[in-house]
Design a protein around this ligand. Structure first.
Ligand code: LLP
Length: 424
């Protein structure tokens, strides 16, 4: 459930009319609903009530500082996957103890910053990474909390591009190899065993895969316990899906219940790293219809947002719900909703039935996750503005880029007619 609803045939973000917001803040525009985010965070909290836990919001889904700050205020920790994400959460004053660092290719600089910041857990993904981390800790004479990300070889039954827990994926350490590596961690003077981690995929719409993965982690947990290696937490990663179209994912409560049922009375904290389930339906991308164009075979609804603003349809062929911001009884046309970018794959939706006219505002729903965080400057397009709505109040949380921002990091060399560099 979210707080983007129709009143008198007009789409509202909480108490504000989307078309008026676009008029004021420009197009394309990312609009987030605070009430929706709060609701999602509470749903995870309630799902884990009565069990020691930490909800680590997956920053990659949407890393806007204000949204991170909101999540922090609601008690969330953070799952980061790069130095940039780590610096973002440190910037908003997150408690380092509530930060965990995942990712298959952490650099020396990234591990060093993580160790120096004293973060809650580093999720190590290979033996080579473990060696480097051990070396860094010894050099700094600084301890680090470690979990091994286990690859449980479980099919998440999702889009292959976002499936991460199968043997053939680059992620994690094979369950068979993890035990020996845990012994290395336990014997290391600076490393401390903190947890067992996995993340098997994203946009999962059933409980089966996460239940199966939990069982595999628990079997390793048991083996470690027998060997006297005590684990403080089990991290089941992110992955809970949302409804873009007709998917019926479990609720956070049902999803976590499937995990908790298997964990039973074991004295262990449960960590979860939701990204999409937290923020996808808390955001829409509103944009304007530039032109309607009819060709011999198709109708095109050409809008001012494209794959540079929202790449999910182009990249994964994702179906995202596109709606008119003003509902009318005008006849609907069957059309492809496409952006202005010079790529044939630059589309937001194909074969949609929409009652739209030039100048209308439409919205892509479910765009809060992996929308702005995957946006680019392709075609020298400016990144859109982001606003946060709270009832009838609104705040800009990222201004639209200026054109100067597009080349701010570049140098402009000058050359003569022979192509020889002219010195300034
Ligand atoms: N933890 C780790 C280690 C991850 O790699 C991910 C997502 C998450 C947590 C959060 O997963 P979520 O709860 O959002 O499913 N760009 C793709 C999604 C890529 C997900 C990558 N990892 C998309 O737009 O569908």
């Amino acid at each position: 459930m979210d707080y983007f609803n129709y009143k008198d045939n007009e789409l509202y973000a909480e108490d504000l009319k989307v078309s008026s917001l676009v008029q004021e803040y420009g197009s394309p525009l990312y609009i987030y609903s605070k009430a929706t985010l709060v609701r999602h965070m509470r749903a995870f909290e309630e799902a884990l009530a009565g069990k020691k836990h930490l909800i680590c919001y997956a920053v990659k889904a949407n890393c806007n500082l204000s949204l991170l700050s909101l999540m922090k205020s609601l008690g969330a920790g953070f799952d980061v996957v790069s130095e940039g994400e780590l610096r973002r959460v440190l910037k908003i004053g997150a408690d380092p103890k509530k930060v965990i660092f995942s990712g298959v290719g952490k650099t020396r600089a990234e591990l060093t910053l993580a160790v120096k910041s004293g973060i809650g857990c580093i999720n190590v993904e290979s033996e080579a990474e473990l060696k480097l981390l051990s070396k860094i800790c010894a050099e700094l004479k600084c301890p680090a909390q470690v979990a091994l990300r286990v690859n449980p070889d479980v099919d998440a039954k999702t889009h292959p591009s976002i499936s991460t827990g199968l043997k053939g994926n680059k992620f994690g350490i094979a369950a068979e190899d993890a035990f020996a590596l845990y012994q290395q961690v336990a014997a290391d003077p600076y490393l401390q065993v903190s947890g067992i981690d996995c993340h098997i995929g994203s946009q999962m719409t059933s409980n089966g895969p996460i239940a199966e993965a939990t069982e595999k982690l628990l079997s390793l947990y048991g083996k470690l316990e027998q060997a006297g290696i005590l684990v403080d937490h089990i991290d089941i990663g992110g992955g809970l899906g949302v409804t873009y179209n007709d998917e019926t994912p479990p609720s956070p409560y049902e999803y976590m219940a499937a995990v908790l049922k298997r964990v039973g009375g074991r004295d262990v904290s449960i960590y979860v790293e939701p990204g999409r389930a937290m923020v996808a339906n808390a955001g829409i991308l509103a944009c304007s219809v530039l032109y309607l164009k009819q060709t011999a075979t198709k109708n095109f609804c050409i809008v001012d947002a494209g794959m540079s603003d929202l790449i999910r349809p182009a990249l994964y062929n994702s179906w995202m719900n596109i709606v008119e911001c003003r509902k009318s009884n005008d006849p609907k046309i069957l059309c492809d909703v496409v952006g202005p970018i010079c790529e044939s794959d630059d589309f937001l939706g194909r074969d949609r039935k929409l009652a739209v006219q030039q100048g209308d505002i439409i919205a892509v729903r479910g765009a809060g996750a992996y929308g702005m965080s995957m946006a680019s400057n392709y075609n020298a397009r400016r990144l859109p503005c982001e606003i946060l709505v709270d009832g009838s109040a609104v705040e800009v949380i990222r201004r639209r880029q200026d054109f100067e921002d597009l080349w701010a990091q570049e140098r402009q060399l000058a050359f003569d007619a022979e192509g020889k560099l002219l010195h300034p």
